[in-house]
Ligand binder design. Structure first.
Ligand code: GLU
Length: 496
């Protein structure tokens, strides 16, 4: 207390030197604390004192979403690495429109925006930004089969949609002012380009302007849509992070620069780009023919083991074999870019949860996968009956119970039966459409992939069953159904 007390008229220098040092130290500490509480100090200091990096993003396939491994996405991965370097937690805020995203930043309610954002002249006037960590091109997308436009003169006066407040609005405006006065477009509020693709697909619009990376990732859902031409010929744009404008950002900006520099140098950035954009991960439907070949060549060394584990867990061995094939093509050393491994492709988290110490050990992997599947099957609502219960459990194996529950809620809302696989399967792809996932509890998920995953397994399961049966008893070709187990009868996928 005496430290703060200064008799009237006394000068600081009158104090004893030690008292003065203590006083100064405490005053500084107090100022620091006050500034931290008031949101003062510089941006980097504030992040460190609150122990949290606040990032605003969009819930979309190219930025941030939740899948069976938890939170995921290119921006999420990058922001997570930054938070780790800073030694703080990562807090994600989701904006549902680009306007909302920049407003959040403007109000200083987030430290940075990481959302597949293009560097534009207007934005950089208001917001400090990082250097480029990805190159992209805005592209004009159209419906294949219709006349393909080859330049902007061909889309002038036609119905073109873009995301409101996106970089593409700025680009179109510039093109309009520099020699294409007839250029028109419609600005659709939202933060997800999937809305635009949907409008094209349903014929509501003729063209859409979309970033190359976004189209690449989402095109498998819209096989009819194609790129017509690049909006800006021979120009690549920069994807950057934007920082809040008000705060003193100099040190945070420098920190981020160093951070990106390191990621560039040690190959992390390349790895992440490849992981999230390098290939579209749709499940390629293997032909029955290829599968049957694999059944003869790759399966035999593991068949006994699969049968043994299936018996231990009271599972149908053909089902276990079908899952293992869908997961790893019966390769016990299989590894995915996201780090899931082994015959049953377990994530590190799942392996830990179910007590698997070596995911590459075929026996452990099969046991772990079986145990996990049984746990999921048990956790499903009682109202779901076999065989659908198994398909639901498989969907959960792929996408997680939370998203599956979202799909069931959507099914019910649309008048379907949430306990029927056929009904829920039809709604799973809706989890990829922002008009739907915005209203779900767990948000965006690769639902189409999950539906495909289950259907593939059922397909392989059928073939294995058939093979097993035909090994013992030759089948009359027209009565295959009679030889299928009860569970599989009537299955639409009995492609036999
Ligand atoms: N990159 C765009 C932007 O910064 C958003 C995505 C898009 O519109 O395709 O506004």
């Amino acid at each position: 207390m005496s430290v703060g007390y200064r008799p009237h008229g006394a000068r600081i220098t009158d104090m004893h030197p030690r008292t003065m040092t203590v006083a100064l130290g405490l005053t500084l500490a107090l100022l620091y604390l006050l500034s931290a509480c008031n949101g003062g100090g510089d941006a980097l200091q504030r992040i460190q004192s609150r122990g949290e990096l606040q990032v605003v993003t969009r819930n979309s396939p190219t930025t941030y979403y939740i899948d069976r491994d938890g939170a995921n996405g290119f921006e999420y991965a990058l922001a997570g690495l930054l938070a780790r370097e800073l030694g703080v937690d990562l807090k994600i805020q989701i904006a549902f429109t680009l306007d909302e995203l920049f407003e959040t930043l403007n109000r200083d309610e987030a430290d940075l925006a990481a959302a597949g954002l293009t560097l534009t002249e207007q934005r950089q006037e208001h917001f400090p930004h990082s250097s480029s960590y990805y190159k992209l091109k805005p592209q004009v997308v159209y419906v294949a089969g219709k006349t393909r436009p080859t330049g902007i003169e061909m889309i002038a006066g036609r119905r073109t949609v873009v995301l409101a407040d996106s970089s593409h609005v700025e680009e179109l405006r510039r093109l309009q002012q520099s020699g294409s006065p007839d250029l028109q477009w419609e600005e659709v509020p939202g933060a997800d380009t999937m809305d635009l693709l949907e409008m094209l697909d349903t014929g509501e619009a003729e063209f859409a302007v979309i970033d190359s990376n976004e189209f690449e990732v989402q095109r498998s859902l819209y096989p009819r849509l194609k790129v017509a031409f690049d909006l800006l010929a021979d120009t690549e744009q920069d994807m950057v992070w934007y920082l809040a404008p008000g705060a003193d950002n100099a040190r945070l900006q420098a920190y981020i620069e160093q951070f990106f520099g390191r990621l560039r140098q040690d190959g992390t950035l390349d790895r992440l780009r490849e992981q999230y954009f390098g290939h579209t991960e749709g499940f390629s439907r293997m032909s029955s023919h290829t599968f049957t070949n694999n059944m003869r060549t790759t399966l035999p060394p593991y068949k006994k083991l699969i049968q043994q584990v299936a018996e231990e867990y009271q599972l149908d061995w053909q089902l276990l074999a079908a899952i293992a094939y869908q997961e790893s093509h019966w390769d016990p050393r299989a590894t995915s870019p996201t780090g899931v491994r082994g015959l049953m492709m377990l994530t590190t988290a799942t392996a830990k949860e179910i007590g698997v110490s070596n995911r590459l050990d075929p026996l452990q992997s099969l046991r772990g996968g079986s145990r996990y599947l049984k746990i999921l099957r048990r956790r499903l609502p009682k109202s779901i009956r076999e065989p659908d219960r198994t398909w639901f459990a498989l969907a959960a194996y792929n996408i997680g119970l939370g998203h599956l529950e979202d799909a069931r809620v959507l099914t019910q809302r649309q008048g379907g039966d949430p306990d029927l696989w056929q009904d829920v399967m039809a709604r799973l792809p809706l989890l990829q459409k922002s008009s739907h996932y915005k209203k779900t509890r767990y948000g965006y998920a690769r639902g189409a992939e999950a539906a495909n995953y289950v259907q593939n397994i059922r397909h392989y399961h059928n073939i294995l069953n058939w093979q097993d049966i035909s090994d013992n008893k030759p089948l009359p070709p027209l009565k295959i159904e009679e030889y299928l187990p009860q569970v599989l009868r009537g299955s639409k996928l009995s492609v036999l």
